[in-house]
Design a protein around this ligand. Structure first.
Ligand SMILES: [Zn+2]
Length: 272
């Protein structure tokens, strides 16, 4: 990742988000600041525990906002190609724990998308947890995880998530897990499509970035996060597919940049 390249992105939302970050840095209540700005929506920074975020958590907040702005740019553009309007999800950055439309979530859950309120929840301890887990910084790996959650929102906007969840409600546990794998691999694919356009628009990826990111992402993606996660709209234990499958679909999205190639639902399960 070339320095700062990921920062390129939507001014509208990005500008709003920066307000949150700055106030976070100044130790003020960002939610109050956002309210003062006047009725703008998009991001909440929630500290229900009242704990001041650490420097690392502030770093993650800033980075997350940059990625979010970039996903908004990319998906607005892609949706437009199909005559559709992209509506960005709400982002909730929190520390320790947070209330969602589906109950209380704790930082142990890792980042997740909740289709019940169309919000992406990212705990601010995520950065340091990942650093500990993978023993290295990995900008692209972080970006990938965020883009994966946004991928779930894209699935929601296209009605895919709702359909899949409806079917899962009538399925055996095994079939439901298989469906979950299809959902997750498609979110990986969509993260790849995002990276494709991000790179095309801003040349932000350098040689090896993607491979590096994929290696890291395989270690720290939902495989890891889901062990602790119970915060998705569907409360089942998820099966996210093997690292190999996840790499394959992420790469497919990245190389093609074509959402038509991301149908993980018609492929034979054994050939995913
Ligand atoms: Zn997921």
């Amino acid at each position: 990742m070339s320095g700062g390249a990921m920062a390129a992105g939507g001014i509208g939302l990005g500008g709003l988000l920066i307000i949150g970050v700055i106030s976070l840095l100044m130790g003020r209540n960002p939610v109050e600041v956002l309210q003062q700005v006047g009725g703008m929506s998009g991001t909440e920074i929630v500290s229900q525990s009242g704990r001041t975020p650490t420097a690392e958590e502030q770093e993650l907040a800033e980075f997350t906002l940059q990625i979010l702005a970039s996903t908004e740019d990319v998906w607005t553009k892609v949706f437009k190609q199909y005559g559709r309007e992209y509506v960005a999800p709400q982002l909730v950055l929190y520390n320790d724990y947070v209330q969602t439309a589906s109950g209380t979530a704790s930082a142990q859950m890792g980042p997740f998308y909740n289709s019940a309120d169309q919000k992406v929840y990212i705990d601010l301890s995520f950065f340091s947890t990942m650093k500990q887990e993978i023993g290295a910084d990995g900008d692209f790996a972080y970006a990938y995880v965020i883009a994966h959650e946004i991928g779930h929102h894209v699935q929601y906007l296209l009605g895919i998530l709702q359909q899949a969840h409806q079917q899962m409600a009538r399925m055996s546990q095994t079939d439901s897990n298989h469906m979950s794998v299809r959902i997750e691999l498609q979110a990986d694919f969509l993260a790849g499509v995002w990276a494709h356009y991000e790179n095309k628009m801003f040349s932000s990826l350098e040689d090896g970035d993607l491979e590096e990111g994929i290696t890291l992402a395989a270690k720290i993606g939902d495989d890891y996060l889901q062990k602790k996660a119970r915060g998705y709209a569907t409360p089942d234990t998820f099966n996210h597919g093997t690292s190999q499958q996840r790499e394959r679909w992420l790469l497919k999205g990245f190389r093609s940049g074509d959402i038509n190639q991301g149908d993980t639902f018609s492929v034979n399960y054994n050939q995913l």
